[in-house]
Design a binder for this molecule. Structure first.
Ligand SMILES: NC(=O)c1ccc[n+]([C@@H]2O[C@H](COP(=O)([O-])OP(=O)(O)OC[C@H]3O[C@@H](n4cnc5c(N)ncnc54)[C@H](O)[C@@H]3O)[C@@H](O)[C@H]2O)c1
Ligand SMILES: [Zn+2]
Ligand SMILES: [Zn+2]
Length: 374
């Protein structure tokens, strides 16, 4: 096979580059190649930090380095690659979500979160053709296209599948979390679990994903809505956003308190902690035929109680709330505009240069959803 020519570098960006799992993010100049067919260059107005970006902190090569992370970008289209631009034009406001191939059976079935190429397109931090498309000042390649974007940067190249056009009147710098964390929590309740009015829901972990689930549960009239977290501030916020009860995850009698609230067991549970002990509590809190959704990434293996499972209980993994971003992102934005999904309450903004502080505040629990402003 002949050597692949490197595409010409056109866009000069500044990006937060991570060079080792235990290194600080360094904001530095990066050259991005021009967008190819099916791609768009986006000037990032704001980008959320999602817990999944912290996979970059796991020792080993699970996330290749050096890398530009960030997968909740939102901004303005600056250039559209040659060919059919998926309906996108220069100047469009877009929210960047996860990428998918559009060609596999699940994509064709309208379930792109379960795309056969999900891992390759989102977690590998490489462009599908394997060519380097981002370079540092020394001309060395930097891994790019994390979740089809790598948006901890002033500019990112996304695809026409994961760039979702949104209303230009909305505050674009705050919309990035709609592309992952908010979508995952809200979609888990509205789409994956299909929670109905009057049904009981317990949400374990009141971070950005869990609190988005709480907001969506209030929206559909679930009752009770029980949020469980270790941080008092997050429990308080859960109550403000629609939880009917908030319980301490460290309470040794958590199972008893859940049982006291809903003696027959919950119709639904959602785990966002990825902790085996919490998942066991969540499944045990279900009624017979109840369903527990799992969204946590990177945790240890879970154990199922065979007797509980025999009685019709379901445990299922959920990617991105089962959402199709091209339709669900505008729908969430519409709900926000009507005051029904106040996801902006989760956000604290930071300059991109303060990414270390944003990361520390997210890790300590002080900030629910940091949004970096390049
Ligand atoms: N499946 C998907 O498509 C998808 C999408 C986005 C995020 N995620 C994953 O979802 C998870 C949640 O994301 P997030 O951004 O909300 O993270 P987060 O860290 O903000 O939230 C997790 C919450 O769990 C709480 N918690 C930890 N241990 C607990 C315990 N023992 N009992 C009760 N609460 C406990 C923490 O205090 C924290 O508030 C992460 O694992 C993230 O990687 C998955
Ligand atoms: Zn995410
Ligand atoms: Zn696919």
């Amino acid at each position: 096979m002949p050597p692949l020519a490197e595409p010409s570098a056109t866009a000069r960006a500044r990006a937060a580059v991570l060079r080792a799992h235990d290194a600080p993010f360094v904001v530095e100049p990066v050259e991005l190649s021009e967008p190819g067919p099916g791609e768009v260059l986006v000037r990032i107005a704001g980008v959320g930090l999602c817990h999944t970006d912290l996979l970059g902190r796991v020792p080993g090569d699970r996330v290749p380095k050096p890398v530009v992370l960030g997968h909740e970008g939102a901004g303005v289209v600056e250039a559209v690659g040659p060919g059919e631009g998926g309906g996108l034009a220069v100047g469009d406001h877009v929210v960047l979500s996860y990428d998918s191939c559009g060609l596999c059976a699940n994509c064709r079935d309208g379930r792109p979160g379960y795309c056969a190429r999900m891992a390759r397109l989102n977690m590998a931090a490489v462009v599908p053709d394997g060519r380097p498309r981002a370079f540092d000042q020394a001309g060395s390649p930097v891994h790019n296209r994390w979740f089809g974007q790598s948006s901890f940067a002033t500019h990112a190249i996304a695809t026409v599948r994961n760039a979702v056009k949104v209303d230009p009147e909305a505050p674009i710098e705050l919309l990035g979390p709609l592309g992952c964390g908010v979508q995952t929590g809200a979609g888990s309740v509205l789409l994956a679990l299909s929670v109905r009015p009057g049904e009981a829901l317990a949400v374990f972990g009141a971070g950005a994903v869990g609190l988005s689930a709480v907001m969506a549960a209030r929206l559909v009239g679930a009752d009770p809505i029980v949020a469980v977290d270790l941080h008092p501030s997050r429990r308080d916020l859960a109550l403000e956003l629609g939880a009917t009860h908030a319980l301490d995850g460290a309470d040794p009698d958590l199972a008893g308190r859940l049982r006291a609230l809903v003696p027959d067991g919950f119709h639904h549970a959602l785990d966002t902690t990825a902790r085996p002990d919490v998942v066991a509590t969540a499944v045990a809190a279900l009624r017979t035929t109840g369903t527990c959704g799992l969204v946590g990434v990177g945790g240890e293996d879970y154990r199922l109680d065979s007797t509980l499972m025999l009685m019709g209980r379901t445990v299922r993994g959920i990617i991105e709330g089962d959402a199709v971003p091209q339709t669900f992102v505008p729908r969430m934005l519409d709900l926000w505009r009507r005051g029904l999904l106040p996801f902006d309450r989760l956000i604290q903004t930071y300059p991109l240069a303060d990414i270390a502080r944003a990361e520390a505040d997210a890790t300590s629990g002080t900030t629910v959803k940091p949004v970096l402003l390049p």
